[in-house]
Write a protein that binds this ligand. Sequence first.
Ligand SMILES: [Zn+2]
Length: 343
Amino acid sequence: MIKVQEVLNILNEWAPPAVAWEKDNIGLLVGDPGAEITGILVALDVTSEVVHEARERSVNLIVAHHPVIFHPVKSIRVDTPQGELLSVALSAGINIVAVHTNIDIADDGLNHSLARLIGLRHLEPLDAVTGHSRAIWMELSSMNGVAEDLERRLVDVKNISWRKQSIDEHTYRYEIHGPSWRMGEVRDLVRKLESSEPVDLGEVSLAGSVSGYGLGVMGYFDREFTAHEFLQQVKERLQVGVLRTSPLLDRPIRRVAVCGGAGSSLLPLAVTRGLDAFVTSDISYHSFHDAAGALLLVDAGHYETEQVFIESCTQRLKKELMDFPDRIPILPVRTCTNVVHYV
Ligand SMILES: [Zn+2]
């Protein structure tokens, strides 16, 4: 049977924990990494209704975007809503994982899905995460299969490049380049090499930085939209009845950025980049003032801009788990956890 840890490994590869906001709380927050999985429920939030749904549908792993535990827990009392939820989950053997700011920032993460849903193409990060570029090097013998072992393992590490040089008849020097937040994986991998003696590693920071991951995503529409056409498209694709926007500008909309959830902090960057519009949520009155005249700022709702996670994570897990011998159900949540109502 597939174990919780194996799903965690897949999620960590897609959305590396190292790129998450440092104060975030992600990964396995409730449960047992060694537990065998009967099925996965993918949700945006973990509420007691969602835990109930997992039990009803006989699955014991919930993969959610918002962390079920965020602030430090000082007590788990069943007479509080959170204590009750955690107690029910634990006693029912339900495991709960969060992929939060790591999936916001990941390449092909939540914001890429949101951008594609709205119809944008040629996507790139709005605020790229620029891990400092680092190099790791080592010398390995070609005699005992260790060099081949390293090469086999390096294929699985994303965002890196490497080269090898012959030092003498039986020794290669390997040099691996990549962003600082990938180097932990490289060090772990070298530790696992089947070498009879410890491998000496050299490591150095290089000038420059490496990007590809980042907060928010920007892209282009295939054609110019009027402001009204653009807003209509956002409403239809995100299934939102009402949008809050800054004053409409008398200019075509083609280059647009998106950031699911609360993305107001990226507004200055969206303005600097000369974008025509920026779609996010949780926007303050003063941010609308800041945007007025510069770009079309659109608040499409927190749940509405992030719900794309449910389908994209479900599809990703289905694809990644396809080759496992055991087939388990991977289900998008049915419970709507949007707590904001429009009246
Ligand atoms: Zn959110």
